[in-house]
Each structure stands twice: as structure tokens, then as C-alpha cells.
Design a protein around this ligand. Sequence first.
Ligand code: IMP
Ligand code: MG
Length: 189
Amino acid sequence: MENSKLDIIKVNNLSFEKYIDKEDIKKNIKLLAKSINIKFEHKDPVFLAVLDGSFMFTADLLKRVNIHSTLSFVKIKSYEGTESTGNHKELIGLDKDLTGKHIIILEDIIDTGLTMKYLINELNKINPASITITSLLIKRDALKFNVEPDFALFEIQNDFVVGYGLDFDGYGRNLKHIYKVCKPEPVIS
Ligand code: IMP
Ligand code: MG
């Protein structure tokens, strides 16, 4: 491709290539908003956006939602445990008023599914009317836990991605498109 150089970017010290164009993201968000507007009309749902990665997805989706609804944010902190304690997570900012509400989770990516499984478990403790799992991306081949999103905008390969809210060590969230890490070039001697 002639312009392929323009589609390669650097984030920190890694090279990434353009993977999902912003126009395709826009198209799928439009379709998702349409489905949600129909499915949740008169249900007064609450969108529960998982920070930080879902901020851009959330903003673009909610601009197209036209039903009576509210928005709330949570953050999930992960602590790398020792081998004996394993991976410990903490849910921050959950509004207890969500009891009895129709919750629509907005997540950036489902990788192994551990984060989503943890979140659903925590949400079930406050007895919502329903939980709908929405994820911008899903790496289906990486899935290890039994979580099935109701809506997933793109199924992607098991590659590390950045952009459109997703980060690499905190960087790259501002990118308009989604990029995947470049596989190292074979060294020819
Ligand atoms: P899981 O718990 O393995 O499903 O991982 C989910 C979390 O890991 C997401 O909420 C992201 O914050 C992060 N994550 C997983 N894969 C990627 C990626 O390719 N790029 C950026 N963040 C990722
Ligand atoms: Mg995340």
C-alpha cells in the first residue's frame, strides 16, 4: 500500500499499525445505539462505563442514545498478587442506587474475561433488574472465563491494541483509530 507508512505509528517504543478505522467504529456505534434505543425504551437504563478505557466509546455512543437514561462510572483496580493470593481486584465508585435498575455495562475490551466476570459478580450483589454486557472489542481466542457479551462491536485477533480509549502503559488513548502492535520483522542477513 502506498500510504502504508502513514498507518504505522509509535507509542512508547513499540510500533503499531492501523487496524480498525474510525469510520468503521462510528458505523458500529450507530448500529449499537439503534439497538439500545429500541431494546431499552421505557426501561430507564443506567449506562455503567468502566474507566479509563471506555471513555471515548462511552462519549460517542451516548451522543446517539435518545432514550430516558442515566450514566455512571466505575473503575476497577487490579493488584498483582503474590502467587498465593493471586490477582486481586477492587471496584471503585459503584453507586448503590443501581439496585433494581437495568444496567448496561460499557467496557473497552474483553480479553481473558476475568475483569468482566469480576464486575458482574459485584453487580449481582446489589440486585439490578438486569445486566447487559457491551464491549467495544473482544479477543475471543483469549477468553478463559465464561462471559458472553450481549453486544461486542468488533471481534479481534489475540493482538495487543491501542487507541480510541485503549492504552499502552497509559499512552495512546487519544488516537482516533484502533491500532495493533506490529509483529517484529524477520531479520534477513
Ligand atoms: P481481561 O480481564 O483479561 O478480560 O482484561 C481486560 C482489561 O485488560 C481491559 O479492560 C483492558 O484494560 C486491558 N486490556 C486487555 N487487552 C488489551 C489490549 O490489547 N490493549 C489495551 N488494554 C488491554
Ligand atoms: Mg479496561
